[in-house]
Design a protein around this ligand. Structure first.
Ligand code: SF4
Length: 400
């Protein structure tokens, strides 16, 4: 049985203008937040049973994983972050071969912190580079420049990490495919094993929405953005990075086990304000409110936490149920999560879990998208074609 835990650090030095993740810059709350998170890990550890944290697709869930995301987990004092990891490992009895990731920002990649992360058990770093072009980084409002990002990768390697991932954002006004290719080549030369490439999305409520809501398609026409996506993917593949999900590519042996657990519908626990989890039939989360989180974790009893996980949601400030999933919801989730992966939907596995053929449930969506050339059947798998990848959201919509 594999366990997966997502920990959300809700602090950032400053808000990037395109970001709609939950984060605040009031770092005076860090100390109390981390204490509360340790208590949450201990409470969870005391109330979960051996069965919790597994799922119908058990074989697909691989090894235990812990993922510290954010926000900027590398911002707070490493004593707090490492203390929380120690509590999580103990409370969940995390296996010694677990994949344990921390997201690091180049502007807070201090060598001393990196060494402490390694000693505490982190064995994978996900670095938020976004670009190695200073002009693009300025547009994105990032705190680091390209030299800072390259230095950060070198420091991470020097500290002893071998499993390093870097994020890139594509479709930023002023960005070119040539520039992205250069960035990827630099990553390869520096020993980066995993690359995530996300298309810039203009989210309502962000400063970017105000700045670009009317102009983004003039600045980066959709066909140019798609050509950039394909060009990026082809170059990654040429360099040996295998694309295993729409936004993720890795050298052999370095796929993210934690992220794969999401696409395999594995269950995972959520720790921290703004964290989301999935357990049994429930998708749940903590509200985007650090103060409510601290208060709740300092006062909630083990019985009340257990009752929440079992479906009693009354009277809680931070924890809330987002969605209760029935059998059909779960089938739809398998469809839209697995379609994001290059392995696609494994038809035998679907039949084994749900006792029915995928085609019998989604007959119309399958037939229509195969006829349009967006979906292809290879033996007992169904996956997006190259054109399907361009229209992934439209295809997925047909399965919802
Ligand atoms: S550092 Fe990351 S999480 Fe924080 S504001 Fe910027 S993009 Fe968002």
């Amino acid at each position: 049985m594999a366990r997966h835990i997502y920990v959300h650090n809700p602090f950032c030095a400053r808000k990037c203008p395109y970001c709609d993740f939950y984060s605040i810059s009031k770092t005076s709350l860090c100390e109390n937040f981390y204490k509360a998170a340790v208590r949450e890990a201990e409470l969870l550890g005391s109330v979960i049973s051996e069965q919790d944290g597994t799922n119908p697709l058990t074989d697909a869930c691989g090894r235990d994983t812990v993922y510290f995301g954010g926000g900027t987990p590398s911002l707070p004092d490493s004593r707090l972050v490492c203390g929380l990891l120690t509590a999580v490992r103990k409370a969940f009895n995390i296996a010694s071969d677990a994949e344990i990731t921390i997201e690091v920002n180049p502007s807070s990649s201090d060598p001393g912190k990196l060494t402490e992360y390694l000693q505490a058990g982190f064995n994978r770093i996900s670095l938020g580079v976004q670009s190695l072009d200073d002009e693009v980084l300025r547009t994105l409002g990032r705190l680091h420049d390209s030299k800072g990002a390259v230095d950060a990768i070198e420091k991470i390697s020097k500290a002893g990490f071998t499993n390093i991932s870097a994020d890139l954002i594509t479709g930023v006004p002023g960005e070119t495919l040539d520039g992205i290719r250069k960035d990827i080549q630099t990553f390869k030369d520096l020993g980066v094993k995993h690359i995530s490439t996300y298309s810039l999305s203009i989210e309502e409520g962000t400063p970017f929405f105000e700045r670009y809501k009317k102009t983004i398609e003039d600045l980066v026409p959709p066909e140019e953005e798609r050509a950039m996506y394909h060009g990026t993917r082809e170059f990654l593949n040429e360099l040996g990075y295998e694309t295993y999900e729409i936004s993720n590519s890795a050298l052999p042996g370095f796929k993210s086990i934690h992220n794969s657990s999401y696409w395999n519908s594995c269950e995972y626990f959520a720790i921290g304000a703004g964290a989301h989890g999935y357990l049994g039939d429930m998708r749940y989360g903590h509200r985007d409110d650090v103060e409510a989180y601290i208060e709740e974790m300092n006062t909630i009893t083990a019985d009340a936490y257990k009752a929440f996980l079992e479906g009693n949601k009354s009277g809680l400030k931070s924890l809330y149920a987002e969605e209760m999933l029935g059998r059909e919801d779960k089938m739809r989730e398998v469809a839209f999560l697995r379609l994001r992966t290059t392995d696609g939907i494994l038809l035998d596995e679907f039949k084994k879990v749900f006792g029915i053929e995928f085609d019998d449930v989604f007959e119309k969506a399958v037939k229509t998208n195969i006829a349009k050339g967006l979906l292809e059947r290879k033996e007992r798998t169904l996956r997006l074609t190259r054109s399907g990848l361009d229209l992934a959201n439209v295809v997925i919509e047909d399965f919802l």
